[in-house]
Structures are given as C-alpha cells and as structure tokens.
Design a protein. Structure first.
Length: 366
C-alpha cells in the first residue's frame, strides 16, 4: 500500500508492508514545528494528540504485547519512552504481567526527581532531545533490573532505531549488558529492520504496522520551534512514595476518586505531560462503569494547526519547568464533564486552560 501526504514543508511518501491494523486506524498526519523533522504521525490510539476511548488504547497495547514472545526468559524489564509512550509502555508491562510475575516497568523522563539517575541519553530528532532513566527506588527492583534476562523497549514509532540504540548503549556503559533477549516494541516501525539490527543479534522488533517512509522537502522556510528542550526538576518536586513508573513499578493501582457516572455520560479525562498512566487507569475505570469516555493529555510537543490537528490550546507546564505545553483536538462542548488530572498540586495548572475547559481538577497526590 502506498500513501502520499502533502504537508506545508514537503511530501511524505509511505509504503506499508504489513500490520495488524490499517494505517487509518492507527494514525493521521500533521506538521511539526520542528526543523529537525517536519512531519508527525498523529496517533489515533495513544490518547495524546487525539482523544480516544480507553478501550481503543487498551486494545493497542494488548495487541502489541501479544506479539512479544511469551517464553522470554525472566526477569523482564519493560521501559517506556517519555513522553508519548509512557502509558503505552505501562500497558505493555501490565499485559505481560497477567501471565508472569517477574516483570518491572520503568519509564524514561525529562522531569528527573531528586534521586539517583541510572543513565542519560539522547533522542536526537526530538523537540526535546535529553532523557534520563532513574535507578529503581526499591532494592528488590534494583536486583530484578540487574538480573533481568529480557529487555522490552517501547515507543510509539521507530524510524531509524537510533533512540533505542542510544538507550541500550547507555545501559551497557553502567554494566547492564546481561540481557539475553531484547524486544523493540512500537505501534509503527518504519525502520526497515534497523530498529532490531541496531540492538544486536539478540533483538527482535514487533509492531502493529511496519513499512518505510520517504520525505521530500520543498522550499518552504523551516518553522520556528518553541523552547521545549528542557531537562530539569522544575519548581515542583515529586514524592517518591507516589511513584507510578519513573522509579520502577510492578503492580498498578487505580485511583477511582469515588466518581459516580451515568450511563452514556460523555467524559473527557486529561493527563498532563508525563503524568498519563494513572489518569488513563481512571478513564478506563469510568468507561467500564458505563460512561462514554475519551482520554487525552497535554504535551510539550509543538505541532502546527492543520490536517489531524484541528484545535490547540497553548499553556504553561504545571511542573514549573518554564516551558510551553499544548493541548490538541479538545472541544469542551463535546463533553458533559472534563476531568483534568494533575501530579503536582492543582493550583499549578494553567489558569487560562482551566477557565477555558471548566474541568473538575483532580489532584492525585494532595
């Protein structure tokens, strides 16, 4: 299958090789405000730039996890890449944990905590290049990490496999070179085999769709990118006792907030930045209670209006990093209730966004 998409900066030509889902089920397209890469695959299953049903998100992570060999030697460490694949990685680990008890989930972060950092590495094409991975906070999880025989790396897409390779090389430099099997798990794999090849002979790649792309730039001037390439704690400091992934987790708790719903009530649950997995679990719970739920999240990713991005709010981040954040494709009138979920105290949420959405602001860790 061939797909050709004309964008402001050029033309994107796709060749689809195989997949469990059709391209239209998985993504649309948009123009990045990023001179390093002009286009973006806008996921329809991740709940980041387009609000989606939690059941759709869960189906995507379960389907991806089902492609990972069930007989991977344990223990198994799953690492989700910030910020887009944080909830996705947690979903993959949770799916694996249904049939085994030796899995650990860690996510990378651009919001490091005041605790030991295991590695730092680059995502070179990104709007925010630097990421870190923390050392797990519990001794038992550190032991599992150091004895893990299998490593699963999760991201929304792979273009060259360089980011996964950078992370693996960083892990090897600190002595974590014992992995017998490595899995590169993505929604879309455009690398033509490079994602697995860069990780060595022990690696395989699984995805919901694979193929390759070719970008033909035109003469349009490159876009100006807002300053979002910030790695730092910010003004708000997380309590390690409330960790949901940055410091390593094996089991995941659902915070229901005793919210009552009516059948068919239209509810939008919004995560903020990297804080998406606990809000997703809340959204899934409310959907299971009979509400019509969609899930999405704010992001630091700067995207131009047009194509799959039809609406945009600009806001300041609620972690005190001093960077712009954005919320895409949210129309408040489409929902009976909006729940805006925050890891920091709710008073740090952008006031203009709160006024525009009129949400119920949920502090998960008051």
């Amino acid at each position: 299958m061939q797909i050709n998409v004309a964008l402001e900066q050029g033309t994107l030509n796709l060749t689809i090789a195989s997949g469990t889902h059709s391209p239209d089920e998985l993504f649309g397209f948009a123009q990045r405000r990023n001179p390093k890469r002009a286009f973006l695959f806008v996921s329809k299953v991740l709940g980041r730039h387009i609000p989606v049903s939690p059941a759709v998100m869960r189906n995507a992570t379960d389907t991806l996890a089902a492609q990972i060999p069930a007989d991977l030697p344990g223990p198994v460490v799953v690492i989700g890449m910030a910020e887009t694949a944080i909830a996705m990685g947690a979903g993959v680990q949770q799916a694996l944990s249904r049939s085994r008890d030796d899995t650990l989930y860690l996510c990378t972060t651009r919001h490091p905590l005041d605790l030991p950092i295991l590695v730092e590495f680059c995502e070179e094409h990104s709007h925010a290049t630097q990421q870190v991975l923390h050392l797990p906070q519990h001794a038992a999880d550190v032991k599992l990490l150091r004895s893990a025989r299998s490593l699963v790396l999760v991201d929304d897409e792979a273009s060259t496999g360089k980011t996964f390779a950078n992370l693996l090389e960083a892990l090897q430099r600190v002595g974590l070179d014992q992995f017998e099997h490595i899995v590169a798990a993505t929604l879309t794999d455009w690398s033509g085999g490079a994602a697995a090849a860069r990780l060595g002979e022990r690696a395989i790649a699984v995805s919901l769709l694979s193929g390759h792309w070719d970008w033909q730039a035109n003469d349009a001037p490159p876009p100006e990118m807002p300053q979002v390439d910030v790695l730092g704690t910010g003004e708000w400091h997380a309590n390690p006792a409330n960790d949901w992934g940055r410091l390593g987790v094996r089991q995941h708790q659902v915070a229901s907030f005793d919210i009552n719903v009516t059948p068919g009530e239209r509810i939008l649950v919004l995560g903020t930045g990297e804080f998406v997995w606990p809000p997703f679990l809340l959204a899934e719970y409310l959907e299971q209670q009979g509400a019509t739920v969609h899930f999405s999240a704010t992001t630091r990713s700067p995207i131009a209006l047009g194509h799959s991005i039809q609406h945009r709010y600009c806001l300041h981040d609620n972690y005190g990093q001093g960077i712009p954040n954005f919320l895409y494709n949210v129309v408040p009138e489409n929902y009976d209730r909006i729940l805006l979920c925050s890891e920091p105290p709710a008073h740090l949420l952008d006031k203009e966004l709160v006024n525009a959405l009129n949400p119920t602001c949920l502090e998960f860790y008051p």
